[in-house]
Design a protein around this ligand. Sequence first.
Ligand code: ZN
Length: 157
Amino acid sequence: MLCGMSRWLRAWGYDASWTYGIADDDLLQQARVTGRVVLTADAGILRRRCVRAADPPAHAVRNEDPPLIQLQKLARQLQLPRRAMRCMRCGGGLVEVPKAQVRGEAPPRTFLWLDRFWRCTACAGLFWRGTHFQCIHTRLQALDPLAPDSGQTLPRD
Ligand SMILES: [Zn+2]
């Protein structure tokens, strides 16, 4: 249910995992094994005895809220400061790569105009501070409930 928010949570700097159609028991076991907090709009999961005993810890999210509002509420409730952006596709960390390494991979005009590029350590996706990044950055800045503007957060320098 929370695919959209999980992508924004990664942009906010957190390693969020989301699996389409995962069974409740598998979700809970995955959270235990990986040390993650379960975020769910499913009241049934929250009523489970193990979840009420925080095994694993879980947090309710309103499915009716748009993903950015879900993220904003979550960041406030769990006191999650904005951190260095992670890959929005998979949650992997981003590491800067030398420009020379992305020649032929980055779009030609992007390669000409920009000097800094980052690669996801998990899916190998290539990222740069283009218009798409600026759009994401602006939207995150607008809802940042905790931290003052830290400037660029892809990833933090
Ligand atoms: Zn990735």
